[in-house]
Each structure stands twice: as C-alpha cells, then as structure tokens.
Design a protein around this ligand. Sequence first.
Ligand SMILES: *Cc1c(COP(=O)(O)O)cnc(C)c1O
Length: 476
Amino acid sequence: MSFESDTAIIVDCLSQFYKHSNSGNGRCIEQHPMQKLIDELELSKLVAEGGLSGDKLKHFLENYLSGITKIYHPGNVAHQQAVPHYMSALAGLIDNFVSSDGSTYEIGPASVSVEYFLINWLIGKVGWVPAPVPPEEQTDNHHAGGVLLQGGSLSNLTAIIAARTHIAPDVWQHGSPGDLVILAPKHTHYSIARAAGIIGIGHQSVRSLEVDNQGLIIVDRLPEVISEVKSQGKRILAVVANAANTAAGLFDPLQEIGLFCQEHDLWFHIDGAHGGPALLTQKYKHLTKGFNLASSITINMHKLMRVSSTCSALLMRDARTLDQAFVQQASYLFFDKEQPGYDFLHRTIECTKPVLGLKFFMVLAALGESGISDYIERLFDLTMEIYNYLESLPDFECPLEPQSNILCFLIHGVPEGQLLLREELLNRGMFYISTASINDVRYLRLTISNPETNLGHIKELVNELREIRDTGLSRK
Ligand SMILES: *Cc1c(COP(=O)(O)O)cnc(C)c1O
C-alpha cells in the first residue's frame, strides 16, 4: 500500500475512463437500481475487510466509474455542469492532500491568498474597485469584496442574508422583520425562494416580476410594482435578475434594471451563476452590461469555466455589506489579531471552508484568460448553430433564440409527450438531455459544455429522437 503506486492505478483508471467516455463509443448514461449498485460495488465487504489498495482498489474504481454518468461523453448535453479541465482534478488532489483551509489565514496562507487574488481579479472584470491587499492600511475608500462558496445556491443565500442585514441592521438580535419582499422573475432559480424560506420571510415574500414572452423582466413595469409594494406597507429586500435564467439561458436587461435600482436605492442582486463568465469574453460581454450596477453578484465556475463541482463566487460592490452580513461571533476565532493576511471567516456560513480557489486558479492559469474566453465563445456560437439547424427542420421547434449555451426545443408528433420521449432516450443511453417548462409547455433542453460536442453529434441526436418517435414509443 503506497501513495505513489495507488495514485498511479487511479490515474490509469481515470485516463481509460476519459478516453472511453470522450470517444462517444458506449453509453453516456445508465442507471441501475441502487441496491444493485451497492451490492456490485461490494461496499459492505470492503468496509469489513479494509485494505483498499492495489488490485482491490483498481477493481473497486473500475466498478465505481462504470456507475457514473459520463461527463466527458459528447452525447452528455443535459445539465449546466462544467466538463472539467484536468487541472481542476489535479488541484483537487493537491488540495485534499494538504487539507488546507479557505477561510483562516493562519491555517492556509497560500490558499487564502489565491482566493483573495481571484476575487479581486473578478472584481476587476466587473469594473469595481478591488480590495487592498492586507496588511495594507484599510482605508475608508469604498471598495468591493467577495468570497468563494460552494455553489450558486449558497452564494445567493449569502447575498440575501447580506441584503437583509443591510435593510434591517438589528436582525441578528431581533429576527427577521415581517415586512420584507424579494422581487424576482418567475423563472428565477429555486435557491432564491429557498433563501427566503431560510431567512424566515417565507416563499410568499418572493413576488414575481412581470416578464415578456421571452421570460425576461419588463423594466417599464417596475415602478408600478414598487408603488404597490409600498402601498402595502412592505419594504423591498432585493430585486433579483438573472444572467442567465436557468430554463432558457437568457439574460435579463441588467443595465436598465440596475439604473432603476440605483435611482430607487434598492438592493440589486444579479444571479449570474450560469452566465456570469460571459463577462470574460469579448464577443458576449455585452450580455453582462450592468454588472457594475449590482449590489451583489453570483458567478459559478463549475458551469462555464471548466472547473469541477463546486466553485462559486459571491461579489459585492461595497465590501462592507458582506463584512456586516453575519454579526454573530465565535470568540476563539474572531478576535483582533495582528496578522499578515486576511480571514474570510466572517463572510461565510461555514466555519471550516474548503479551498475552492486552487482549482479555479489552476484551470485559469492552464487555459489563460484568452483560452477561457475562446471556450465560452465557441459554446455560445455552437448553440446558435444548433438553433439554426433545428429551426430548419420541419418537425423540430425552438421556443426561444438562445443567448448562451442552453437551448430548449421540441419534436413534433409525440402525443405521448416530450418527457416520455426523453425517458426512452435515456434508457438507450447514448444521449443525455434535460427538460424545462417555458410558458407552461414542456420542452427538451440542451446545455452544451463539452469542447468535443459538435453539430454532428446533434444530428445523431435528432435521428435518434425521430427513430424513438416513429418506432420506439408506439411499440410500448
Ligand atoms: C445553477 C444555478 C443556480 C444554482 O447553483 P448551484 O451551484 O447549483 O447551487 C442558481 N442560479 C442560477 C441562475 C443557476 O443557473
């Protein structure tokens, strides 16, 4: 049993897994019943025996990998999940080996420094004032700030918590006031409604903003909503807009909403969990116009930036709003100390925080800024190409023109419904797609993340869907 020899076994298995998945030969999804998997993986036996190493390790890992949906398969076009660059995996290895900490400088000076650097790098892209690097004198000059968190849901929750402390500074002593309302379009990610539940104002405090036929916020209707809320004696906790929305991947008119919020002194949260990285491109940067007007922004790295799950950035235009978000104190950690670095501890729900910056940094440093930009531009371009192709077919239809790497569509002539068609497609296993409901119609949905996926694969998908429609479903 040795680290070196077991690592060599793992690298070999992963390399086979990658090559086989990426070739597109074989299935990309296969779901067996859970008890069967637990038995096949021999979990009880391995726990009882111990000694997971060498051939035993190889056997286990091969079984394990065969039970994983193949992210590197070009037919995997389902979810908003990055197809990771291998540097992300290597960062994970380093990070899990040294088991540093992402929040406390004493424990992980280099880890915290990388995260601090990345937050400032993102802040620079948004166009805000970067935070001074400690221990430089903290000045009274207004600057931005942020933190890396485990996923967009946690970033959104933290943003809502900060907005709440901002509007109700005594909330940590007295609890949530009952007059707070969040305004968000209907298709907003469920994590916003969940955040409302968590902070104790309830789902019903999330009011749907009126949207156009593309599902995007109608800015002209905002004044009416604001006066309605005010006339009911309520206060607006935050206005939430999407960059982009989860179902269709479309961007709200951020600039206009941002100006409106500025004028009315409202907290403006941009949920850029999916599309935020468009900021890093030349060609699609225009979609993120208005980011600089936000109070807070969520951007995920594990969707469009080739970083493995999970890594999300929460950025705030005024760092003080994040610094004050949580006021509760733990005396053994929070005490004034002279130190050469920085603690993220007061900005997070977590105490021990995984190091999320290393994988983000190593992918970025491997591809370079232009490499990331090229990758994102190619995905968005290809999605538009797929849209044009599907629209040219007599029996396919897309409800909306795409703006990012998400595309909804349906195939005609399926009275059984698109969901049953998808189920049969997944049973066959060569393609993995998702679904979304838009204006109460159920669509099939593609998210293009794999650098190897091309129009040829989508043409095969079309053939397979037609075959299932024409033969597979009717025989059932
Ligand atoms: C994916 C997504 C989220 C949730 O992010 P997780 O990292 O999965 O928690 C939130 N908002 C939007 C717009 C998303 O696309």
